[in-house]
Design a protein around this ligand. Structure first.
Ligand code: PLP
Length: 393
């Protein structure tokens, strides 16, 4: 899985870049579909620019008969998919500000309704424009941040029942807060509360989908009896639980060595001079920093990979540069790539390990990858491996 460096466009890869492997993305989707079975609809979550990888290419890579709809967080993200020519249902999952509803209607997005205020405004707009507006209802079974409270179902089910002819109720869902915890009791409790709410709502419209599983839920509770699942992070290579299948790595983040320096004992490095050479050392400065999304807290803690050898990050990471210790690696030259997330020639710095060291989660690492890093989508891995040395040096 740790593939060699591909022949990269020298302009795009002048300093640093993110490689994305579409076959790994598809393989992770296949793992989810196999777990939930053929009758459960798949709604890949592609919010936050496809978890930072570039939504247009993510949709391109994943689109297939198995994908029923796409999930986003905002109306603007939904509209972007329509502009890309996406014709499948596009579901907006965060609560929508009423000011954004006209755009949602115009672009035929399925919005989430978590309050009577939004339901009433959606109805007013749908009636005024004589448009059929599609919406889903979120039920809050413990996440707290959004959704109609399950305990108050009697106070909101009336309004849904009398929603009028222009509102199409197309889904009812809840969101798990602890599906990634092994043996967590939270999931069973939320399932119970969701099922109770569904019972209390009575029969739903024929094509109204019920769903509640994110990646971890889909893999943990396979064949749930619900209509759909909403996988996200697992598709992009983030692990969702130590007891669950591992995803194929999807991304590799690398930068080029732009400066080599022989340091003598006592020489200081970086802001705050937090590293001092204790002997003769060889320092390699890589053209990638926290301005590209490499967490600054990995200074003096994290690692990079140079030609298959894992090397420590020295000193503080700065906005545009990071220095690694290549004293133990022979033949290092400027222009050589250093990998900070992903694998290279047998050595790996896993995405989840980077996140753990930085005190965060893989989601934040991926969505924090800077706009300055070109996303380089791999095409054919065999070809990639063959040409490696031609480009690197
Ligand atoms: C982001 C999101 C998901 C996907 O969660 P992962 O943990 O990334 O699989 C599912 N459902 C909703 C409502 C979300 O916002």
């Amino acid at each position: 899985m740790a593939h060699a460096h591909p022949p990269l466009d020298p302009v795009k890869t002048e300093r640093a870049w993110v490689e994305v492997n579409p076959s790994a993305l598809r393989a992770n989707l296949a793992t989810v579909t196999a777990a939930v079975g053929p009758d459960v609809k798949i709604i890949p979550m592609v919010k936050a620019d496809g978890y930072g990888l570039g939504v247009a290419d993510v949709v391109d890579a994943l689109d297939s008969d198995q994908v029923y709809a796409w999930g986003v967080a905002t109306v603007a993200e939904g509209s972007e998919l329509r502009q890309l020519g996406v014709s499948k249902p596009v579901m907006v999952f965060s609560p929508v500000w009423v000011g954004a509803l006209p755009r949602a209607l115009a672009d035929n997005l399925t919005v989430t309704v978590s309050s009577l205020e939004v339901l009433a405004e959606l109805r007013r707009l749908a009636d005024a424009t004589e448009t059929r507006a599609s919406f889903q209802v979120e039920v809050d079974t413990g996440i707290g941040r959004a959704g109609f409270p399950d305990a108050e179902v009697t106070s909101w089910r009336e309004a849904l029942g009398s929603r009028g002819p222009n509102l199409k109720w197309s889904g009812c869902f809840t969101h798990l807060h602890s599906a990634d915890e092994v043996g967590g009791a939270g999931v069973a409790e939320q399932e119970r509360r969701f099922e109770e709410t569904l019972r209390s709502l009575g029969p739903l419209p024929d094509d109204c989908l019920t769903h509640y599983c994110n990646s971890a839920g889909a893999l943990r509770l396979h064949r749930t009896g619900m209509d759909a699942v909403r996988p996200g992070i697992f598709l992009y290579g983030g692990s969702v639980g130590p007891d669950l299948p591992s995803p194929h790595p999807v991304v590799r983040v690398s930068g080029r060595i732009v400066h080599l320096r022989k340091a003598r004992a006592g020489d200081s490095l970086g802001y705050g001079a937090t590293h001092r050479a204790t002997k003769t050392e060889c320092w390699a400065t890589v053209a990638l920093g926290y301005g590209d999304g490499l967490p600054r807290c990995l200074g003096n803690r994290g690692h990079g990979i140079v030609a298959g050898t894992t090397v420590p990050i020295l000193g503080r990471i700065s906005m545009d540069m990071t220095t690694v210790d290549v004293t133990q690696v022979s033949g290092v030259r400027t222009g050589d790539p250093v990998t900070f997330v992903g694998g290279d020639q047998g050595a790996v710095v896993p995405l989840d390990e980077v996140a753990r060291l930085a005190g965060t989660i893989s989601y934040e690492i991926l969505t924090g990858l800077g706009a300055r890093l070109p996303r380089v989508w791999l095409t054919d891995e065999t070809e990639v491996g063959r040409q490696v040395h031609e480009i690197q040096r």
